[in-house]
Design a protein around this ligand. Structure first.
Ligand code: UD1
Length: 433
């Protein structure tokens, strides 16, 4: 029986997810639009005067935060189901306030377009970061190369430029939002910009293709060298369809792999998932690929695997926590080496509470496969950690209660409804109920 009364359980959050594990997942589940493609596209609205409509926009905390931020910047943002209408305007502030930036680091995406279009941008520094160090130094250096003057005042990055000028930028690291910020700045700069070691993630490609549909001149899309010729004005297409979320797709595939029965995940782009599919195959998971669908199932205990995260087309850091659950049930020892973010194993102590055997040394997790996980109350620490706890709850024996589900809602659209529709016993409860 799924517990009805959670008020006696520890923890202050208002909402929890309750999962009764071990149910088979069968049927078809559809992937929503990509969060990490939606956010830069929304920030790009700063670059135009004309309204436009984006289809397939997921209903997520981060999308809501970006809508709030755009409103502060004078852009009307209205969402009706998955249809987002953006009506640009130049009458708002040129400032991204701390209250919003601290909710979502991707707020930094307005820095480039604001500087390029309005000549001035004030963006609060994401918490705990200082100029010159992670995680926005490359955004700042790139904008400086394009001729912006940058200062740091009262916790804000302040960028100013009469008109940005094309430059040759070599990124020290293929930063995703950094590349997006600089592309959005360079499309309106005077002259040509070259960005070397640009990120090649599908979401960067989507932004570049969108900007090209707006009249931007960008060559090398999908490679690590982007050539951009600045133009004076851009005008958006009246409509745009957003790509599917490859991380949500990957998460659902791991859910299917864990449950074992055939689960069809539809509305995805299989090529975006190559590295993830490779590791699923290594783990002994069966896959049948269609044009926009993948069916996943498993007939034996998962096999161990060795995973190293890397920029695209490597294995995504946003998928390693989910794989840790699958590999926790493998027949042997696995290794996950995290190379992008040093603090991405916060979910490990929670999985250990559910019976996983994982040791973390620095940026490497050593996983010893166990026969089963057991349900427990656990707390989500970040977005992808929360997804891994849901997956663990689905396969664990008995009941799990997941606290701090706000993290999940930032990046997964109605995940519990989608999982319920294919047979999971998962429900959301308000603590005061
Ligand atoms: C984006 C994704 C996030 C994903 C990450 C890596 C969005 C909104 N978010 O985040 O889901 O996990 O890519 O695939 O698209 N770095 C610096 N200086 C900088 C910028 C980055 O040192 O100026 C470092 C970061 O600390 C990190 C690495 O570069 O170690 C990669 O970060 P980056 O690609 O910038 O991640 P985000 O764009 O923030």
């Amino acid at each position: 029986m799924v517990a009805k009364n959670v008020s006696s359980l520890p923890g202050p959050p208002e909402e929890v997810l309750i999962i009764y594990g071990g149910q088979p997942l069968r049927g078809t589940v559809r992937v929503s639009g990509a969060k990490n493609a939606a956010l830069p596209l929304m920030a790009a609205s700063i670059l135009f005067d004309k309204p436009f409509v984006v289809h397939n926009v997921p209903d997520l905390g981060d999308v809501k935060t970006m809508m709030e931020l755009l409103r502060v910047l004078g852009i009307r943002a209205e969402k009706n189901n998955t249809i987002l209408t953006l009506v640009p305007g130049n009458n708002g502030a040129a400032e991204a306030p701390y209250e919003l930036v601290k909710k979502m680091r991707a707020s930094i995406l307005v820095l480039g377009p604001l500087t390029a279009r309005r000549g001035t941008a004030v963006v609060a520094l994401p918490g705990g970061c200082s100029i010159g160090t992670r995680p926005v130094d490359l955004h700042i250096k790139g904008l400086q190369a394009l001729g912006a003057t940058i200062s740091l005042e009262k916790g804000n990055i302040i960028a100013r430029a009469r008109r940005l000028k094309g430059a040759h930028i070599v990124l020290d690291f293929a930063t995703v939002t950094g590349t997006e910020n600089l592309v959005m700045a360079a499309v309106l700069a005077e002259g040509e910009t070259v960005i070397e070691n640009a990120a090649r993630e599908p979401e960067v490609v989507e932004l570049c293709e969108f900007l090209r549909a707006c009249g931007a001149i960008i060559e090398g899309i999908g490679t690590d060298i982007l050539h951009i010729k600045g133009v004076n004005t851009l005008s958006p297409p009246s409509e745009w369809h957003l790509m599917p979320d490859r991380i949500e797709a990957g998460t659902l595939l791991v859910a299917g792999a864990l449950a074992g029965e055939p689960l069809r995940v539809e509305g995805l782009v299989p090529e975006h998932l190559s590295a993830v599919l490779d590791k699923l195959r290594t783990a002994g998971v069966e896959l049948e690929l269609g044009d926009k669908t993948i069916t996943v199932w498993r007939s034996s205990q998962p096999r161990p695997a060795s995973i190293k995260t890397a920029p695209y087309p490597g294995f995504p850091t946003d998928m390693q926590a989910q794989f840790a659950v699958l590999l926790s049930l493998a027949d042997g020892e696995s290794i996950i080496h995290e190379t992008i973010f040093e603090n991405r194993f916060q979910y490990v102590p929670e999985l250990v509470r559910m019976g996983a055997q994982i040791d973390v040394e620095g940026t490497t997790a050593f996983i010893k496969g166990v026969k089963r996980l057991t349900g427990a109350p656990v707390t989500a620490t970040d977005l992808r950690a929360s997804a891994s706890l849901v997956l663990a709850g689905l396969v664990a024996e008995g009941e799990s209660v997941i606290y701090e589900v706000g993290h999940l809602d930032r990046g997964y659209e109605k995940l519990e409804n989608k999982l319920q529709s294919v047979g999971a016993r998962i429900e959301r409860k308000i603590k005061s109920e």
